[in-house]
Design a protein around this ligand. Structure first.
Ligand code: TMP
Length: 212
């Protein structure tokens, strides 16, 4: 028995985390066995790695250290949580996946794409989502929402605007390429939480007729 692996991707401030929870609740309400995880993090070992990544100042880590730690956290999450859950027939909702590495460390930091792909292959063992929900919002709205967040996790938000612009462009390329390879639904992330939740539900129901 194999479960379903749904990934939510998109720049900071597009509401992914709120919608991941909404989707997990909706699926659970329809009687599905579902777990919700996030990257970097999602299990105790990966959450410890997350702290190194998201707290502190932009210059604290070398670029490849950042990419290696992201993928160390990913490996812990995939092998300890996601793969076993899928093998047990569960639905897995994951807030970000390797597309974020290609956008942030590839596009944002300019690290070599093919080396990153090799790293991702090591971290994931080639595990691909069954559905990728690509969240889209205007750059201004996304950055405003992200910077309004009141928490300790400022290392990424603190980077300069040109970095965020590079990430955004890379995201568009990465998500377009993903759409050519597998199942991707672009989600308009503007409007109310309710509106976006409804769009997400429709995309999931279209892909998996037995979802709700
Ligand atoms: P979050 O705020 O969505 O939980 O993610 C924390 C930050 O980590 C976010 O700014 C994006 C960044 N990130 C990467 O740079 N590369 C990755 O591979 C992942 C998963 C996240």
């Amino acid at each position: 028995m194999t479960g379903r692996f749904i990934v939510i991707e998109g720049p900071d401030g597009t509401g992914k985390t709120t919608q991941a929870k909404r989707l997990a609740d909706a699926l659970a309400g329809a009687g599905q066995r579902v777990i919700q995880v996030r990257e970097p993090g999602g299990c105790p070992s990966a959450e410890r790695i997350r702290v190194l990544l998201v707290e502190g100042e932009p210059g604290d880590l070398l670029n490849w250290t950042e990419a290696l730690l992201m993928n160390a956290a990913r490996h812990e999450l995939v092998e300890r949580v996601i793969r076993p859950a899928l093998e047990a027939g569960q639905w897995v909702i994951c807030d970000r996946y390797y597309h974020s590495t290609l956008a942030y460390q590839g596009g944002g930091l300019g690290l070599d794409q093919s080396k990153l792909e090799a790293l991702i292959e090591m971290a994931t063992g080639g595990l691909e989502p069954d559905l990728l929900l690509a969240f889209a919002l205007t750059p201004e709205d996304a950055l405003t929402r992200a910077r309004e967040r009141d928490d300790e996790e400022k290392r990424f938000e603190a980077r300069e605007d040109s970095y965020h612009a590079r990430v955004r462009h890379a995201y568009a390329d990465v998500l377009n390429a993903a759409a050519e390879r597998g199942e991707t639904a672009e989600i308009d992330a503007s409007g109310s939480v309710e509106d976006v939740a409804e769009r997400v539900k429709r995309a999931v129901a279209k892909q998996f007729q037995d979802a709700f």
